[in-house]
Design a protein around this ligand. Structure first.
Ligand SMILES: Nc1ncnc2c1ncn2[C@@H]1O[C@H](COP(=O)(O)OP(=O)(O)OP(=O)(O)O)[C@@H](O)[C@H]1O
Ligand SMILES: [Mg+2]
Length: 358
């Protein structure tokens, strides 16, 4: 098996004057669950369509299983696409929908029947083969779409927001089932979603896209813990952004002045004295402590407090210009609006990030 299932080298695509995919480079490993994550309109579907062969890129190269495939016709690529809106044939039964690709390949009837049966079993739809799509629930239709894509046994499955139309509970169930399927079949999954939790939960690695570009690629934990840009820190989870200036450096440690406040920052690449820097700090990485506790803690006034069940969110004003959001598990433990509180955090949680201007 090749090390990489899908490789994109500097792929670009324009529609008219607009560049919708801009020099995207990705290498997706064989058997990997890889997600493309980004807001609506950032070019996710277009990227999948280029890999499937329904769009051709203006520049760049595409390799599938180590072979150049930039201009290979779709049916000759060892990939299959599950569309954003299922796209089942409404007048064909479940079985006929799933059999479609195999009939195009003109396989013997008995073989088709056997493989369709197996595919329906895989997605747990055995027994519903004679129904029409409109006689199925959304989740069941979704499984038919999946069976239809799996039945031709591609080495790469491209999935375009396959769970987008499902309600929260069903979505969570299907997430687990998709993971199971991918593990059992050892197929490469390239999964598109704009749901950050889904991408973090399901992927081995993911790429965060914005306006046609890939901003960061990595395993979920790295993307969440070490967002490279403001966009990534904001899109994946939530962040406070603090803008300051470096007033002291000592190797990987620097002291940053943010308005009247100072803090220690540790960074992989040393910061320069006097440089401007934006720091990202996740609300759940800040702990409340006693006010005026010293030792690098900050003190502020609780301006707003919202209890939302699993956590309480505090808006804390640190200076006339600076407020931060803090989130703590559970209820507020008697803290009230107007109270003075201290804030503390693990210095590793405070991340200098690159500015990325959209
Ligand atoms: N055939 C086309 N002709 C012109 N513009 C297009 C075409 N297809 C897509 N676009 C534009 O390209 C951009 C990217 O579209 P794309 O469908 O790839 O986004 P997406 O990330 O999949 O978004 P969503 O999450 O809403 O599905 C959008 O601005 C869209 O309007
Ligand atoms: Mg799309």
């Amino acid at each position: 098996m090749d090390e990489f299932s899908v490789e994109l080298h500097e792929i670009s695509k324009r529609f008219g004057q607009t560049t919708v995919v801009e020099r995207i480079s990705l290498r997706i490993r064989s058997g990997e669950f890889f997600s493309l994550l980004g807001p609506s309109g950032c070019g996710k579907t277009t990227t999948l369509r280029i890999i499937a062969g329904f769009e051709s890129p203006d520049s760049g190269e595409l390799l599938i299983n180590g072979k150049l495939a930039t201009h290979t016709p779709p049916q000759e690529r060892d990939v299959n696409l599950v569309f954003q809106n299922y796209a089942l044939f409404p007048h064909l039964t479940v079985e006929q929908n799933v059999a479609f690709g195999l009939e195009m390949q003109k396989l013997p009837r008995a073989q088709i029947r056997e493989r369709v049966g197996k595919a329906l079993e895989l997605v747990r739809l055995s027994g519903l083969g004679a129904r029409l799509p409109h006689q199925l629930s959304g989740g069941q239709q979704q499984r038919v779409a999946l069976a239809r894509a799996l039945v031709t046994e591609p080495s790469v499955l491209l999935l375009d927001e396959p769970l987008g139309a499902l309600d929260f509970k069903l979505r969570q169930e299907m997430q687990l089932e998709l993971k199971r399927l991918q593990r059992d079949l050892k197929i490469t999954f390239l999964y598109v979603t704009h749901d950050q939790e889904e991408a973090l939960k399901m992927s081995d690695r993911l790429a965060v896209m914005h306006q046609g570009r890939v901003l960061q690629i990595g395993p979920p934990q790295e993307i969440y813990e070490r967002p490279a840009t403001r966009f990534v820190a904001d899109f994946i989870g939530e962040s406070n952004f603090l803008e300051g200036r470096v007033v002291h450096t000592a190797g990987r440690r620097a002291v940053v002045q943010i308005g009247p406040l100072q803090t220690n920052v540790f960074s992989d690449t040393p910061l320069q004295l006097h440089q401007r820097v934006t720091l990202a700090l996740r609300p759940e990485r800040i702990q409340l402590c006693l006010p005026d506790a010293g030792n690098g803690t900050w003190t502020g006034l609780v301006e707003e407090l919202i209890y939302i069940g699993k956590e309480t969110r505090y808006r804390v004003r640190l200076s006339p210009e600076i407020t931060v959001t803090v989130s703590s598990p559970g209820a507020s433990n008697g803290i009230t609006v107007g109270e003075r509180v201290g804030l503390t955090w693990d210095p590793q949680s405070l991340r200098p990030i690159e500015e990325y201007s959209a």
